[in-house]
Design a protein around this ligand. Structure first.
Ligand SMILES: C[S@@+](CC[C@H](N)C(=O)[O-])C[C@H]1O[C@@H](n2cnc3c(N)ncnc32)[C@H](O)[C@@H]1O
Length: 323
């Protein structure tokens, strides 16, 4: 593949020591290495090549699971991740994919319920469309000519009274706080802000740390006498813990450990522009390509197994797109 030709790489290589794939004795198959150190080296080399193919502003999302050997959890995802960091990749997030499952087969430890999805970039400036992945508020504010009430019922009346009756604020601070409150209510009326909370010095218990050393909000409270936390109508960013159930069984049409399409929505929307190219170098049954096509992106998949390539092709054909 050409240098810097894809926008985004999303992939889940075989986990070490699972011997899950039907590639015969193909020595090129990843995951069958005798020593895990060799597995880490092989993956690092493959992702060096992926780095060449990725655009300068591109992203790599890497899903990896862990393994116990002789009772010891190996920490494989982190071994690979650290090796990738050492080879120049910049890690932006360690997403915990909480799988909401886990069989209780072991009686002397907790059940496993998550895997990692690491987000890496090639350079500090990279493509990221945060607006595309924001979680929009479900309730809207009430706005009428006589009333402005935030989505959770805050009208500002209580805050106005606290400011006016404050014995802590100077007259100037009171005037500033009232103006800030009115400005916020105006932002609700224009649809910019969905909800807000106000903290007034000496009036309520602060929800943040009181230490001005560690909290910018505490500092504002000391310097200005109030702090307003706003929830913007365009929504908030998802966190780095994702609750997504696994595919309930391995696909019937092959014996490949698939990841759910839902896992790919945030990576694709945030780090691949429309009509851009998503690459999966361990394509399996083609989930990455299918999700990319559904979201209006192009998809390229590579796999060692002709059988999985065939399954992937069938899934793509079933989408009914005309190429
Ligand atoms: C975990 S599966 C990927 C599953 C995929 N995410 C899906 O949803 O179907 C890993 C895939 O890597 C493939 N594979 C193993 N070694 C490979 C190599 N050296 N080059 C390309 N593909 C390889 C296996 O055949 C398998 O299909």
């Amino acid at each position: 593949m050409d240098n810097e030709s894809v926008n985004c790489i999303i992939t889940s290589p075989p986990y070490w020591g699972m011997r899950a794939y039907d590639n015969g004795d193909d020595s090129r198959e990843i995951g069958n290495e005798k020593e895990f150190e060799q597995y880490v080296t092989n993956l690092t080399n493959i992702f060096e090549e992926a780095k060449r193919v990725l655009r300068k502003d591109g992203s790599l999302w890497l899903n990896l699971g862990d393994k116990y050997v002789d009772k010891a959890l190996l920490g494989m995802p982190w071994r690979v991740a650290i090796s990738l960091m050492d080879s120049g990749w910049i890690m932006r997030n360690d997403v915990i994919w909480h799988q909401l499952k886990g069989t209780q087969s072991c009686k002397d430890r907790l059940r496993d319920s998550y895997e990692h999805v690491f987000h890496f970039v090639k350079s500090k400036k990279y493509y990221y469309d945060s607006d595309a992945i924001r979680i929009k508020p479900t309730k809207l504010p009430t706005v009428s000519s006589s009333n402005t009430i935030s989505s959770t019922g805050v009208s500002g009346k209580k805050y106005r009274k606290l400011i006016q009756e404050s014995t802590e604020l100077t007259e100037q601070e009171k005037a500033n706080a009232l103006k800030a409150l009115d400005d916020t209510l105006a932002e609700i009326r224009t649809g910019l802000v969905n909800d807000f909370r106000m903290t007034i010095r000496g009036a309520q218990r602060a929800w943040h740390s009181d230490s001005v050393k560690i909290s910018g909000r505490a500092k504002e409270l000391v310097n200005r006498g109030y702090y307003i936390m706003k929830i913007y109508a365009k929504g908030h960013l998802p966190s780095d813990v994702w609750d997504i159930v696994t595919e309930d069984t391995w696909r019937k049409d092959s014996h490949c450990a698939v990841y759910p399409e839902e896992l790919l929505i945030t990576p694709i929307l945030a780090t691949c522009p429309e009509n851009g190219i998503v690459l999966d170098p361990f394509n399996g049954t083609g989930t990455t390509v299918v999700a990319s096509l559904k979201l209006g992106r192009c998809g390229v998949g590579i796999d060692l197994s002709p059988q999985y390539i065939k399954t992937a092709q069938e899934r793509i054909d079933n989408l009914g797109f005309l190429f």
